[in-house]
Structures are given as structure tokens and as C-alpha cells.
Design a protein around this ligand. Structure first.
Ligand code: ZN
Length: 303
């Protein structure tokens, strides 16, 4: 959740076209630290409003607004206390857990979709959670629609980070990207939580994706897929062996991310998978997977 201060500072940032990364750099902080302040996980440091005002070149009314939001946040969201209460709640809950029937436990578990560093797109080791089935064709059509919502059909590279950080928020009130450090994410690269309007990215993935790292861009698209397709799934259970891959959230997310980064409509522009990887700013392995899929479907006939 964003705090009132988080909402205010984010609004100012977006109005000025500043990424989390840009403001963090100007303040000499990490993106994850700034994100933690915006989401109330860390208290607003002393003199922070002034530093932000300087870094963002704010006008007097903007500073006043920001200061008011900071005061409200300090009053409403006592961070340290909140964390403490949550810890107590978790501890109390943990003591009760053993008494609950397992079916109920299952229902209580919130659906959290995670991507891990050792997962290879399209060749993920882990099975994902079970979701309603969707065919490749349905997912591809959806990906193309999402693409057209944000970019012109002639544009080859999909600007996933621009979409997530600047454009989604104007389509979906309250949506935001949260950046968290390695300490809190561990081997998770990204996370989407059912029912919440947030995509969480590990700091190196966030920075990498903005820096055109193909793998990180894929991860961001994969999380975007979870957000668009699986955020409303309420029951968490893993797909079992007898169930089709079409019901696997991880498979679906990869199947969405591929054509979002490499659209079939641009295939005539590419000489081969390496060329496509460069133009689409994808990793070579991911581009090769998409290329062979399209080839198997007879979509490269123009050659
Ligand atoms: Zn995933």
C-alpha cells in the first residue's frame, strides 16, 4: 500500500516524468529504499521533504503539499509500530495454525505469484499454481491487444518499464511498481499478490529492465502477465501432473510475455532470431524460443 506521502511523491514524480530510479539517484538512495518510503515500509527520514524538494526542483505550493502528506503519513502510519503489530499478529496466527483444518488453511493462503532467478523462461523447473485454462492462441491475441493499447503497431520494441511505471497508473487508479532489495526478495525476481494493484520487482531486475537487459525485460513482462491474468485467482494450489500445461500460471505468463516482446506482425523485419532479439530487446534464448515457435507454426513463410 502506498502511504499518503507515497501517493503525493509518486504523483509529483510521474508529472515530471521521473522514474523511481531517477529520484533515487538524485537523492543518493537506492530505488528499493525510496520505494520502501513510498510504501510505508520505512519511515520518512528527517529533512527528507526538503531533500526531495531540492532534487525535484519543487515549487512552494508543491513543497507545501508534500509536507502536508508527510505529516499525515507520520500521524496515520506509524511504521515501526505497524511492523511490530504485524509481527505479533503473525506470531499469534502461527500458534493457531496447527489447529486449523488443512482445507481452511489452503483457503487462507493468499495467492502469491513469484518468479525466481533460477527459472528459465519457457523452461521453468517449477510447476506454477493452477489457474483456469487458456490456449496459446487466446493468450497471444490478448498480448497483441495489450500491445496495441500502449504502442503503435509499427513499433517493434515493447516499452514494458515505461508501461509499468508511468502508463498503467493512469489506466488503473492506484496501480504502482514497488522495488525491493535482494535482502527482502532473496531469489525471487518479481512478485504479484492476488487482489493488490502492485507489481513488485527486485531492485536489480527493475534497474536491469530499464537498462534494456533482455532477461529482466522478460521478467517484467512475465509479472505483468500475472498481474493482468491471475491477480483475481483466489485459490492457491499447485498444478499437478495430471493437469494440462494450459492451466499453469507460469506457462501462461511466459506465453504472454513472448509475443508481447516479439509480435508476429514484425517477423518480416527480422533476418533471424539474433536479429529479432536485438530489435525486440530480448535475451537471445527467449528470442530463439519464440522464433522456433513461430517457425513451427509456419509464420516465417515470407522468407
Ligand atoms: Zn511467474
Amino acid at each position: 500500500m502506498l502511504t499518503p506521502f507515497g501517493i503525493a511523491i509518486r504523483k509529483l514524480r510521474l508529472d515530471k516524468g521521473m522514474r523511481l530510479l531517477d529520484l533515487a539517484n538524485r537523492l543518493g538512495l537506492s530505488s528499493a529504499f525510496l520505494s520502501a518510503i513510498e510504501t510505508g515500509k520505512k519511515a520518512i527520514p528527517d529533512a527528507f521533504v526538503l531533500n526531495v524538494a531540492r532534487a525535484m526542483n519543487l515549487s512552494a505550493p508543491e513543497i507545501k503539499e508534500l509536507r502536508r502528506a508527510a505529516d499525515r503519513t507520520r500521524k496515520e502510519v506509524p511504521v515501526a509500530k505497524l511492523a511490530e503489530e504485524q509481527r505479533e499478529l503473525v506470531a499469534a496466527f502461527a500458534r493457531k495454525i496447527d489447529d486449523l483444518p488443512s482445507k481452511m488453511m489452503e483457503d487462507l493462503k493468499k495467492v502469491i505469484l513469484k518468479s525466481k532467478s533460477d527459472d528459465v523462461p519457457f523452461h521453468r523447473k517449477r510447476r506454477g499454481i493452477h489457474v483456469p485454462p487458456m490456449s496459446t492462441e487466446v493468450i497471444r491475441t490478448f498480448a497483441e491487444k495489450v500491445r496495441s493499447t500502449f504502442v503503435d503497431d509499427s513499433q517493434i520494441e515493447f516499452p514494458i518499464m515505461d508501461v509499468l511505471e508511468f502508463r498503467m497508473g493512469s489506466l488503473l487508479e492506484g496501480f504502482y511498481v514497488d522495488v525491493q532489495d535482494k535482502e527482502s526478495m532473496g531469489i525471487e525476481e518479481g512478485r504479484v499478490i492476488a487482489g493488490e494493484n502492485v507489481i513488485i520487482l527486485r531492485e536489480d531486475v527493475y534497474t536491469g529492465a530499464w537498462g534494456d537487459n533482455g532477461r529482466d525485460r522478460f521478467t517484467a513482462c512475465h509479472e505483468f502477465a500475472h498481474f493482468l491474468m491471475h491477480r483475481t485467482v483466489t485459490m492457491a494450489r499447485m498444478r499437478d501432473d495430471s493437469e494440462k500445461i494450459y492451466c499453469d500460471a507460469e506457462w501462461q505468463a511466459d506465453t504472454f510475455a513472448g509475443p508481447l516482446l516479439m509480435s508476429t506482425r514484425h517477423l518480416p523485419n527480422f533476418k533471424g532470431p539474433d536479429d529479432a532479439a536485438m530489435a525486440c530487446k530480448m535475451s537471445v534464448p527467449a528470442a530463439q524460443v519464440m522464433w522456433s515457435k513461430y517457425e513451427a507454426e509456419g509464420r516465417l513463410n515470407h522468407k
